[in-house]
Design a protein around this ligand. Structure first.
Ligand code: KE4
Length: 421
């Protein structure tokens, strides 16, 4: 495929921005290719600067559940833009969006709109610490919750000690209160609570892990987290930045029937615009300024363009819940195609799919990282050369949108089938 315009742009981009990108994964480092510069997108396609039209399963890392440039969403955003881009004042649209979110997720009794998933999780953790008066937090290895300092952490030398920074520029003291558990491993969490129980402000988790590839919660795991956090008075935070409105209107908390104390949302809720949310129990959220002493703020929080895109997106999903059934059926075709190759472990829930190049079931961080990333890189090239745009990393997810045509799904299944060759 011709990529000369992308190559040329990339050469300039690297002279302006670190790695030529504004988010590291886009640099395609782990698949050893020059990133494609996308010119526009429509439906289930992205079109790059060389005119290559590719079937898109990145979907901007999740927001694109309706497909690109959905006519209703675009129309409402264009209308809104004519009324001004930001006022820095309360608007009716913030009220409308907050109400729609709470209709779908009643556990979010009070919520705050922010600008990114990172900001939402960082703020939810601060609210949990302010509410409990405790300092320690638990996160699971392999779960990603944005790039705030206290969450860029890896397990310390001993399992029952605070984490150590997993990024330069993060002082060790900033991760000392972050305890590391293992996803789907009840014993690691029990041990941390036995040792630190009443010091633990919150446990934050992706109810379905989608940042080590897709790893599903094992039977009872989420219910266990609910029980143990109640027992110790710890705030349970579901990071639903990916699963929110992806697994259904009620997200993972409805799917698994486990109600967290706080929830974070992003991606779909903003319809592709910079908008994220944190919220939950009234008594926790009333600790947040201006009501309480937990400070959090944002110039563009709840801005009229992002709230317009969010309202339009949720309105389409709420008016057409059958979209989720169709997403299920389309994604099942792809999952079956991967399984038939006999070369891929597939984890799937709804329209969220993870394809691992390993010969053993992937149920946790260790089995996820056992995947053969070189084989993934070859797979990435095979898909791209056949007109299919998947995540340039083994440890991301594949997303299907309502705009994926049955024809493009079948085409993708055939290309996957050729993998075996
Ligand atoms: P943002 O700050 O990127 O909006 O959200 C951070 C975040 C929080 N929680 C979860 C579960 C997330 O998946 C994310 C961000 N997801 C990644 C992709 N896995 C964003 C893509 C990127 O970093 O470029």
């Amino acid at each position: 495929m011709n990529t000369e315009n992308s190559e040329r742009l990339y050469k300039t981009a690297v002279s302006l921005m670190p790695g030529g990108v504004n988010s590291p994964v886009r640099a395609c480092g782990s698949v050893g290719r020059t990133p494609l510069f996308i010119k526009r997108a429509q439906g289930d396609r992205v079109i790059d600067e060389d005119g290559n039209s590719l079937i898109d399963y990145v979907c901007s890392w999740g927001p694109g559940i309706l497909g690109h440039a959905h006519p209703y969403v675009v129309e409402k955003v264009q209308e809104a833009a004519a009324d001004g881009l930001t006022y820095g004042a309360p608007t009716k649209k913030e009220v409308i969006l907050a109400d729609l979110i709470r209709q779908c997720m009643p556990s979010m009794e009070r919520l705050r709109l922010v600008n990114s998933g990172t900001e939402a999780v960082m703020s939810a953790i601060r609210a949990a610490r302010g509410y409990t008066g405790r300092d320690k937090i638990i996160k699971c290895k392999g779960c990603y919750h944005g790039h705030s300092d206290g969450l860029l952490v890896k397990a310390g030398s001993a399992a029952l000690t605070g984490g150590v920074p997993d990024s330069a520029g993060v002082p060790a003291s900033y991760t000392a209160h972050t305890l590391i558990a293992s996803y789907n491993d009840v014993s690691t969490i029990e041990k941390l609570f036995q040792k630190f129980g009443d010091e633990i402000a919150c446990l934050v988790i992706e109810p379905v892990a989608a940042n080590m590839g897709v790893v599903l919660p094992q039977e009872g795991f989420l219910h266990f987290l609910r029980e143990i956090t109640v027992k110790y008075g710890t705030v349970l935070i579901f990071d639903e930045v990916i699963t929110g409105f992806r697994l259904g209107l009620g997200g993972a908390q409805a799917y698994y029937d486990v109600v967290p104390d706080l929830t974070t949302l992003g991606k779909i809720v903003g319809g592709g615009m910079p908008l994220a949310v944190y919220g939950g129990k009234k008594e926790i959220m009333e600790c947040v300024a201006p009501l309480g002493s937990v400070y959090q703020a944002g110039t563009l929080s709840g801005n009229p363009i992002a709230t317009t895109a969010g309202i339009a997106t949720l309105s389409v999903l709420m008016e057409r819940p059958e979209i989720y059934r169709e997403l299920e059926d389309k994604t099942a075709i792809l999952a079956e195609a991967y399984e038939k190759t006999g070369k891929v472990q597939v984890n799937r829930i709804g329209s969220l799919l993870g394809a691992f190049f390993t010969d053993r079931p992937v149920t946790d961080y260790e089995s996820a990282v056992s995947s053969d990333t070189a084989r993934y890189a070859a797979y990435y090239g095979h898909m791209l050369e056949n007109g299919i745009y998947v995540a340039p990393s083994q440890f991301e997810a594949m997303f299907v949108s309502a705009a994926h045509t049955w024809e493009d799904i079948e085409k993708t299944a055939k290309v996957i089938g050729n993998l075996a060759d």
